[in-house]
Ligand binder design. Sequence first.
Ligand code: SAH
Length: 381
Amino acid sequence: MSATSLPLPLVWTPPLGAKPPRHLTDQSVEEVRTAVVEAGYPAYRAEQLSRHYFDAPEGQDLTELPRSDRDVLRAEFLPTLLESVTERVADKGNTRKTLWRAFDGTLIESVLMRYPDRATLCVSSQAGCGMACPFCATGQGGLTRNLSAGEIVDQVVRAAKAMRAGDLPGGPGRLTNIVFMGMGEPLANYNRVLTAIRRMLGTAPHGLGMSARGITVSTVGLVPAMHRLTDEGLALTLAVSLHAPDDDLRDTLVPVNTRWPVREVLEAAWRYADVTGRRVSIEYALIRDVNDSVERADHLGRLLAGRLTHVNVIPLNPTPGSIWDASTPQAQVRFVAAVRAHGVAITVRDTRGREIDGACGQLAASAGASTPGRAEPRTQT
Ligand code: SAH
């Protein structure tokens, strides 16, 4: 074959399994300091690099460093991890979904939601997800790979900078809350997620100085990892995606239930509440004629009564190809009342970003990132 007949690659594709470039947020503060010294720089450069990463406005050059050192230190400690590919906004600009491209072409999404009193970022912890919940768009594509700690932190830092710069309506503000409810199962990428969380909690110049209770880790119920999280001694908010009170149905909706059934998941949740003193959120996506009967609400109420918990009902968001839909408003009202009758706190989650495929369970960057107009905004129930 002559050389001229070879197609020219449009983008460079790294070998399969290549790791994201190492970033200072993938390492502990001590490790970064040691690496800076070993590279022949004074230790205080570590603080300068860190402060720049967390504090400097988006796109600002490393002016605090000598010009001659900038390129090397940037490449070594602050490589570009995520490039913004597209942004879509909804709710008069108060909800913004960003599609990011990682070094290997992997696509992930995060969603920033501004409310009058807070701003929440929904982050991805994995590209894709291996949990295969049939009603979730991310679950349909399977797992592509774990995100590095740096790739998780970068979603947060970029959103924090956007808030500070006043990129969303309402002027400059502060990113106050993080929910691990984007793509992926955070507890299946445990170490990197915890490394990332430590940077969110860390104080300047080493982190974003966020509060632990403002960070919610949402899980399908990976029991051993839930116990491990309990023992970290962090006052994070834990959310458990239950979606059914009985194993028969939950085996279908959350397939990993066949490994860790409802009883074990809830025992781990109550241990979390006991040890941390934090109220555990129980997530329940309400699916028409599937899990929304008054009998199931009653069963759920009995399981949760007297516990330090709060039920978050998520009206099912439509995903491509799914046969399922949200419950009717009447069924939703009946369900909520039947749970509440047991003295259990329960609220219905808003469906921010639904029309830009940015609501819970709709993130599927590789397949459905640009399907404008697919899902029309629905009447709020
Ligand atoms: N893997 C984690 C976090 C990601 S999903 C978990 O499962 O908890 C965040 C929440 O959105 C979970 O409660 C999930 O069950 C829910 N969800 C997924 N698909 C949904 C959909 N189509 N409509 C409403 N909620 C959905």
